[in-house]
Ligand binder design. Structure first.
Ligand SMILES: [Zn+2]
Ligand SMILES: [Zn+2]
Length: 246
């Protein structure tokens, strides 16, 4: 049983007043965040989610609206007297970019002695890696972010959750989402082609290849928020939306 809660279903720019990318997975063995944008600590506290209960944060790529919330979470947990480890997993480069980002925002915060261990895991493409309570497989996607960008396939018990992160259409999404229980996918624009981002037109054209049981769109621009039926059969996520997988 996995309980999914969309804490942030927005794009980088707060379109529609939504928080940046952050999806909570509550599993029988623990809790994981998929992406942690700059606004995610606020989103968690607004939703009544206790950051102490988070075992791991898994990020798709190193853009601020997907990993920029980690420095705030790390600092918050220090003041909350966390004692158990916090795992942070993501693309190669994370172990270097995270402390650099922490230092830019709060000098000294990356080197200060903490009562809990902050463990960084860099994910290799194609290999299933244990990250706290889940297994994660990373698939390369097409999105420039100064480091590899990934779509993520997460398994928890019998449930499989696929997540596109940000990307233009690429066939690795088909593989990532194959026979999953839910494919959470960027739905950024409708007809327009925006480099490194997904359009509803591209999803419509490839819908028959996506074999996920459910398709959920997230990371919408204002144009997509105005067209909720742009991809037939897809659910449009909103902040606070929940989904239970058995
Ligand atoms: Zn983004
Ligand atoms: Zn991005």
């Amino acid at each position: 049983m996995v309980h999914i809660q969309f804490l942030g279903s927005g794009d980088a720019f707060g379109s529609g007043g939504r928080f940046q990318a952050c999806i909570l997975l509550r599993t029988e063995l623990g809790q994981v965040l998929l992406d942690c944008g700059a606004t995610s600590l606020v989103a968690m506290k607004q939703a009544g989610v206790d950051p102490l209960a988070i075992d791991a944060v898994i990020v798709s790529h190193l853009h601020g609206d997907h990993f920029g919330g980690i420095p705030f979470l790390v600092l918050d947990q220090q003041f909350a007297r966390r004692s158990r480890p916090l795992l942070v997993a993501g693309p190669p480069g994370l172990a270097e970019r995270l402390p650099r980002t922490m230092e830019a925002l709060y000098p000294g915060s990356s080197t200060v002695e903490r009562r809990y261990a902050l463990r960084v895991i860099e994910l290799d493409e194609g290999a299933a890696t244990a990250v706290g309570p889940v297994m994660v497989t990373a698939f390369p996607v097409v999105h420039a972010s100064g480091a590899p960008a990934y779509a993520l396939r997460v398994t928890a018990g019998a449930a499989t959750i696929a997540y596109s992160g940000d990307t233009e259409w690429t066939s690795s999404l088909v593989e990532c989402a194959a026979d999953s229980d839910v494919f959470i996918c960027e739905g950024y624009v409708d007809e327009r082609a925006v480099k490194f981002h997904l359009s509803a037109a591209a999803l419509r054209a490839n819908l028959a290849r996506i074999t996920a049981a459910r398709l959920v769109l997230t990371h919408m621009s204002p144009e997509m928020l105005a067209r909720p039926g742009a991809v037939p059969g897809a659910i449009t996520a909103y902040d606070g939306m929940t989904l239970d997988l058995s």
